[in-house]
Every structure is written in C-alpha cells, then in structure tokens.
Design a protein around this ligand. Structure first.
Ligand SMILES: [Zn+2]
Length: 107
C-alpha cells in the first residue's frame, strides 16, 4: 500500500497564518516568520484586538512570540538540524488506512 504524504522542512517555512478564533472575527493574518515576534507583540488579534492568551493566568505568556523565537532559532541552525512536518494526505485513503498511520523513522 502506498501512502501519499505532504511534507515540508522548517527551513523552508517563510510565512505562517494566524487565525483568530474570536467568534465574530475569524481573521486570518499572514505574517513572515521573521516579523512574527514584532507583529504579535501585543498578543492580540490585529483585526478585532481579541487577546491571544488565557486571561485567567496571572502572567499570560505570548505563545506566538515564543513560537517566533523557536522557529527563527531553528532556522538559523538548519545546516545542523532541520525539522520536517509531515501531513498525511487523507483525501485518497479509506478510513482504515488513515487509522493505520504511525510515526516512521527513515535513514
Ligand atoms: Zn480577531
């Protein structure tokens, strides 16, 4: 059985999309990785200003700024280690095959 996978390397990642889950907003903001930390400094939706953090926490973390730090840090060391994201293309497979997906190690 062949399995179709979609894969990309972290070093290839240039832009991400931030999706606001505020019920009436739903804005999708495309941001280059190298501008993510600055763009998301306010830690809220750039359209509706809804916060992107858990307000119940005493000091809500800015997860998007942390993500930017990790992504850019790993991209700087991509010649030493890279990360590949693998998405199974489930569109052409029966349910039984989709459920059989498991992590694989290749050399
Ligand atoms: Zn929003």
């Amino acid at each position: 059985m062949s399995r179709k996978l979609l894969a990309f390397l972290l070093s290839e990642l240039a832009t991400i999309r931030i999706i606001c889950r505020n019920g009436m907003c739903g804005a999708i903001t495309e941001i280059p990785i190298n501008r993510l930390a600055d763009t998301m400094k306010a830690n809220c939706c750039p359209v509706c200003r809804s916060p992107f953090c858990n307000q119940q926490l005493e000091r809500p973390p800015n997860w998007l700024a942390r993500l930017a730090e990790v992504l850019t840090g790993l991209q700087k060391t991509a010649d030493l280690v890279d990360v590949e994201f693998v998405l199974p293309d489930n569109a052409e497979q029966p349910a039984a095959a989709r459920n059989a997906l498991a992590p694989t190690v290749t050399h």
